[in-house]
Design a protein around this ligand. Structure first.
Ligand SMILES: [Zn+2]
Length: 275
């Protein structure tokens, strides 16, 4: 049963995303799903696909479900395709031509076929090569489908990136966050190395670093340490998740693979009091 909770949640958000897209197109004249960058990058489909799958995040957190990579790929493909079909289906039921409902004139698949061909005509080819236009329309539709699936898969990648309790598998909740002041990069890296491999007092030292703020030159690249105190809502395990961020200019970026979780001993008073 638990296996299908994510899917059930996604059915709800998938319908909501398709209905929202259809309402926006119908009442505001803006078809988000059709939004593309340079005709090929399906930005709108990516967004709608992610919204359609977003129910999985809520369900995963509520029921502590960790989808496998395969479940992510399969579910994203199904949700992506279902959302796209549903959008066409809603359009088909809402569109009118001179007061006549489209659905009384053609069947659904004919409508999809027509609307794909039509989307090409807006690109300004002559009516003569309609055959070719159809093929290109299907290619563009395939790109959009790819956008939907990728958007939905992004949600699964996010879920798989959420930190879970190493003892019982429940998703951790962040209790507190501590951010260091700006530090020279090598100093921050050394402290973070201590956090990753050191004992409990070393974790505390990293979390409370630096003892005094450092004076940095304006143009000097800088780093900072982010430590989150997390707790497992099920078994009460505490852990610290630490990341090293660096900045050459304005924005700080997480250093790849710097994110590390250090579970704390039960009833820890050394590290938790540092937050
Ligand atoms: Zn736990």
């Amino acid at each position: 049963m638990k296996r299908f909770v994510l899917e059930l949640a996604m059915i709800i958000t998938c319908i909501a995303a398709a209905a929202g897209n259809a309402a926006l197109a119908h009442y505001a004249g803006f078809n988000l799903f059709g939004l593309t960058l340079w005709f090929v990058i399906p930005v709108g489909a990516l967004i709608v696909g992610a919204i359609a799958a977003s129910g999985a995040i809520v369900a995963a957190r509520l029921f502590d479900i960790r989808p496998t990579l395969w479940q992510g790929i399969v579910s994203a493909t199904i949700v992506g395709a279902a959302t796209m079909l549903l959008i066409y289906f809603l359009e088909y039921n809402m569109l009118e031509v001179r007061g006549t409902k489209i659905r009384t004139l053609v069947d659904f698949w004919t409508y999809v076929d027509l609307s794909l061909t039509k989307s090409h005509m807006r690109m300004g080819r002559s009516r003569q090569d309609l055959g070719e236009a159809g093929d290109l329309g299907y290619l563009l539709a395939l790109l959009k489908l790819g956008g939907f699936v990728l958007g939905a898969f992004f949600v699964f990648a996010m879920i798989r990136g959420m930190a879970a309790c190493p003892r019982c598998g429940a998703y951790l909740k962040t209790v507190r966050t501590r951010k260091s002041s700006d530090l020279p990069i090598d100093e921050a890296a050394a402290v973070h190395e201590q956090f990753i491999s050191g004992d409990v007092p070393a974790i505390r030292q990293a979390v409370t670093w630096p003892p005094e703020p450092r004076a940095l030159e304006k143009k000097q690249p800088k780093a900072r340490l982010i430590y989150k105190l997390c707790r497992c809502p099920r078994c009460a395990l505490s852990a610290v998740i630490g990341t090293l961020e660096v900045s050459g200019g304005r924005e700080f970026k997480e250093v790849k693979d710097s994110k590390t979780m250090r579970p704390l001993p039960d009833n820890d008073t050394v590290v938790t009091t540092a937050f």
